[in-house]
Ligand binder design. Sequence first.
Ligand code: SF4
Ligand code: SF3
Length: 553
Amino acid sequence: MFCIQCEQTIIKSNIKGCSYSKGMCGKTAEVSDLQDVLVASLQRVSFWATLCRKYGIVVRDIDRWSAQTFFSTLTNVNFDADRMLEYLEQADKNSLTLEKLAKEAAHNFKDNLPSYTYAAQLNYPKTKEAFLKLSTLVMLNREQDSVGKDVIGLRLLVLYGLKGTAAYMEHAAVLNQFNQEIYTEYHQIMSILGNNPTDIDQLFQLSMQVGQLNYKVMEMLDNGVTTSFGHPIPTQVNTKPIAGKCILVSGHDFHDLRLILEQTQGKGINIYTHGEMLPAHAYPELKKYSHLVGNYGTAWQNQQTEFANFPGAIVMTSNCLINPFTRGYADRIFTRSIVGWPGVTHIKNNDFSQVIDCALNQSGFSYTELEHYITIGFARNTLINVAPKVLEEIKLGNIKHFFLIGGCDGSKSERHYYYEMANNVPRNSIILTLGCGKFRFNMQNFGDINGVPRLLDIGQCNDAYSAIQLALTLSQALNCSVNELPLTLVLSWFEQKAIVVLLTLLSLGIKGIYAGPTMPEFLTDNLLQVLQEKFDLHKTTRVDKDLNQILNS
Ligand code: SF4
Ligand code: SF3
């Protein structure tokens, strides 16, 4: 096993990456090895999909399946070896389908076939044992001694970034958003990665290409979410329980939440959001359900305590899932889509009756706690509508600086930095936030500046697009570049969605970003130096030191 894709990867003396019998997240060596083979087999699918496209052949179901399946290998998504074997079987079928179509087309055009990539020419077996054997040929660091750590680090930057993009493509696909050009580019990059590229310049260009591709994906996702659920509007959300039966919905997928809301109507069950599902309360097409009563709990890393204390059913629609067996709620948690844990019930179709029955059989909350409200809903439309007021306050000198403090949360104590940062920025600054990292400070009241709330919650990590749109609007109004705005991005990363959001920001030319709490371990010192020189990327240090540098540079 070798996995180094997330922030909590294991570092032991000189060995970087989870490489023993289990990763820090709970992923077994067996699942990790199967996922490595799955990634290679997806690169094989992409090789044939790319060739098919040369002849105008697009198989949309396989496109959707490809990105969706890649999403299953993201951190904290799928821990189930049997599901990996199902995906591997399907990958083989899909490859053979595309191979047949591509070969027929090439034959008709009297074209020679291109050379096969490394991933396309491997012999994919059928049994688990044989897949595990094959994994040594596709392990991500296997060539480290021959090609060097910088090449491996850049390959991983591209691969993990593309994994984040695939996750957002799937979030968009759930909402019927599909753009053929995006899938074409996805397959091209995946296919190149399947040939083990070694050229540093090409890999660096690819990482920027992934960032730009992701910008288009986030725009598509934004379109899907806003056409399905309307534009978020500032909304007060109760964060305390109400007496009654209950279902908790976590992850990023609003489509599942809507299905649950529809199917529980009139059944006397209160629905709560958890983690990244919090922004749902601000969308007109979701907030209209009166039994969507509030938010329960905080970010993903606290779920074992929060889920254990939640007296109802729980649905995990996407990342981040942690072992549900250690605290005794595995029989009342359900997974959806690409999420999986062995022994946990997986809802395959859109029928949530098992979840509803489970909720009705649980005690529910026996008490109603005194309400505590937080305000959310400052996505693109609202932000752009308040921009004139914000601009007026900037011109009057009442707003001096914007801090975007957001991204992922995690369990390391260094993440207290983000709480401290939010609490130490000057009073004349506005804090924008997004992602699950906001739970470090979003229950606090930061007051307002002449009616403009000092804390503006943009939404999920998926909504980084909204933050970029606000920055572009302000820069146009103030007639300056985004880099000249009094805006500092202080990002926290944990998994691959955050990697690709960072790549998107860099590919848009945004400089001076602070990122932490640590830098990705797969980036070597050389690569970090390049990113620092090219993009003025800073690693977070101490809040007083960083603030001093931000405000006085
Ligand atoms: Fe380790 Fe993170 Fe990979 Fe899990 S996802 S095995 S914690 S690097
Ligand atoms: Fe969080 Fe997993 Fe990244 Fe969507 S839910 S931001 S970590």
